[in-house]
Write a protein that binds this ligand. Structure first.
Ligand SMILES: Cc1cc2nc3c(=O)[nH]c(=O)nc-3n(C[C@H](O)[C@H](O)[C@H](O)COP(=O)(O)OP(=O)(O)OC[C@H]3O[C@@H](n4cnc5c(N)ncnc54)[C@H](O)[C@@H]3O)c2cc1C
Length: 470
């Protein structure tokens, strides 16, 4: 008789927990997943949070990372009915009312909109974009360097302003700083340009699509695969101690370092526990979703086409806003990241209406109300926006944490992804998913390669568990 009730228990059903669960189940392991929330999926959840018929993504909305990720590509979730939708304009970045820069699927067409920087954009972004598979592999497992990772590092390990020094056109400068700002790190720090170059390259390589039916379709597909393999999910159960779990060969934690300590701190060595304690969390998200009559009336016609919109201003304004947020100050004009999901996927809203939403970068734990300021900023770029609002739903940093305990202080990164914490995540190791207990693994965005819907922390943790215990 086996000493175990199951082979693996996964705590948390975010993309990483689910990818880990499926990877183990595909290897023949009996797997059970415990999820604190009533609905599984973590950052993959969507819901009708404004009005019936309007499907909004509660967290992740656009999926360049999933498209380029070896973890998702290996799973082939289209067999479970998962489909993505996109158009030719992944991103619009508004600089001033009526003046914007655009990232198009084609690197050449994008570059043609960047004046003096045409050649440079085409050479750098076009080349990385054409190598999106290799780039996805390199970023997915950065502790195993490849020529593409070295090339990406050599191009963009610098602080963003250094790289911007090579660009002369205000549109390419603003677009690149906006892309880099997705890291939610002070852009004057090294390696912030890396995120910008990777996201720009992925826009050309795979696009920034949305999942048809809502990001929740990704979770549905993972769960369908898991249950078809005999795996099980228990929702509405927040785990506080490892002893609450069935006996298992391996326990994989898709949790924050804080919950990992609560659950299994007594099983960790003091030095490993210390590395979890020391994890620093980044800035937070203040999210607003709107049900809109018609479409957002952008002044700049081109913006109507964009799947994703940055309201960020010039490169200098983006850098200043991200610096303030990192220092714990609310910027006068926060950086806004908005998804026009129903433009790409009309199933998200009733005919003639739009499901629109996004978030502002705000300081960690910010407890003010900036809904009015966000709407005023959109109104500047889209006069008449307010009149079209049918309903809104606000998720401030406190609500972010209530929605998902991994989002400490509303922070959405699992630990600020600055250069140090990108590598030492949560500590320096060739196997960062390993804890000091041979049967316990960390598989959340708080381990390598970090935040985003890549599934790679889950896949790497599951592969390590199989290698060590399989
Ligand atoms: C507003 C917002 C916008 C984003 N936009 C994008 C985007 O467009 N594209 C992109 O790629 N990424 C985006 N992200 C980031 C992405 O969602 C996360 O990086 C990703 O979801 C992390 O996955 P994860 O599996 O590590 O953890 P999560 O998705 O955070 O899931 C963790 C799960 O574990 C559960 N859990 C935690 N502790 C316990 C416990 N003790 N017991 C039981 N269950 C527990 C939680 O309830 C949660 O369901 C966004 C995030 C936010 C918040």
């Amino acid at each position: 008789m086996s000493a175990y009730d199951v082979d693996a228990v996964i705590v948390g059903s975010g993309p990483n927990g689910l990818v880990a669960a499926v990877t183990l189940a595909e290897a023949g392991w009996r797997v059970v997943v415990y999820e604190a929330a009533e609905t599984p999926g973590g950052g993959l959840r969507s819901g009708e949070v404004t009005l019936p018929g309007f499907i909004h993504d509660c967290c992740a909305s656009n999926h360049p990372m999933a498209m380029a990720s070896p973890a998702f590509r290996a799973l082939g979730l289209e067999r479970e009915g998962l489909a993505f939708a996109q158009n030719d304009v992944p991103l619009g970045h508004a600089i001033r009312p009526g003046v914007s820069g655009f990232v198009r699927r084609s690197a050449a067409e994008t570059a043609a909109g960047f004046g003096a920087d045409e050649k440079l954009w085409r050479a750098v972004m076009g080349t990385f974009g054409s190598r999106w598979r290799q780039l996805g592999r390199a970023i997915g497992n950065p502790l195993r360097p490849t020529p593409d990772l070295i090339a990406l590092g050599a191009t963009s390990v610098w602080p963003t302003p250094w790289l911007l020094g090579l660009l002369r056109d205000e549109r390419s400068r603003a677009v690149l700083s906006g892309l880099a700002a997705h890291a939610i790190v002070d852009l004057r720090q090294p390696a912030t340009a890396l995120v910008g170059v990777a996201l720009g390259a992925f826009a050309h390589g795979v696009g920034w699509p949305v999942a048809v039916g809502g990001t929740k379709s990704i979770a549905d597909a993972l769960i369908a695969r898991l249950t078809s393999l005999g795996g099980e999910i228990v929702t509405g159960t927040r785990i506080s101690r490892i002893e609450e779990l069935p006996r298992a060969r391996a326990v994989l934690l898709d949790t924050s370092p804080r919950d990992a300590l609560k659950i299994a701190g007594h099983r960790f060595s003091p030095s490993y526990a210390n590395s979890l304690h020391r994890m620093r969390y980044g800035a937070a998200a203040y999210k607003v979703d709107w049900a809109i009559e018609g479409e957002v009336p952008w002044l700049d016609e081109g913006m109507r086409e964009a799947g994703f919109v940055h309201l960020g201003g010039s490169a200098e304004q983006v850098i200043a806003a991200e610096r303030d947020v990192a220092k714990g100050r609310m910027p006068e004009e926060p950086f806004l990241l908005l998804s026009q999901a129903s433009r790409l996927d009309p199933s998200r809203a009733p005919r003639g209406k739009s499901a629109f939403g996004g978030y502002a970068h705000v300081p960690f734990g910010f407890d003010g109300d900036i809904t009015e300021a966000i709407e005023a900023r959109i109104e500047k770029f889209a006069p008449g926006f307010r009149e079209r609002i049918l309903a809104r739903h606000v998720t401030d940093p406190r609500a972010m944490e209530a929605l998902n305990p991994n989002q400490i202080g509303g922070s959405i990164d699992g630990g600020v992804p600055d250069l140090f914490q990108l590598i030492a995540r949560p500590r320096l190791s060739l196997n960062p998913a390993a804890t000091s207990d041979p049967g316990i693994f960390l598989c959340s965005a708080s381990t390598v390669p970090g935040p985003g819907v890549t599934g790679m922390p889950g896949r790497l943790a599951a592969q390590l568990a199989l290698k060590r215990l399989g």
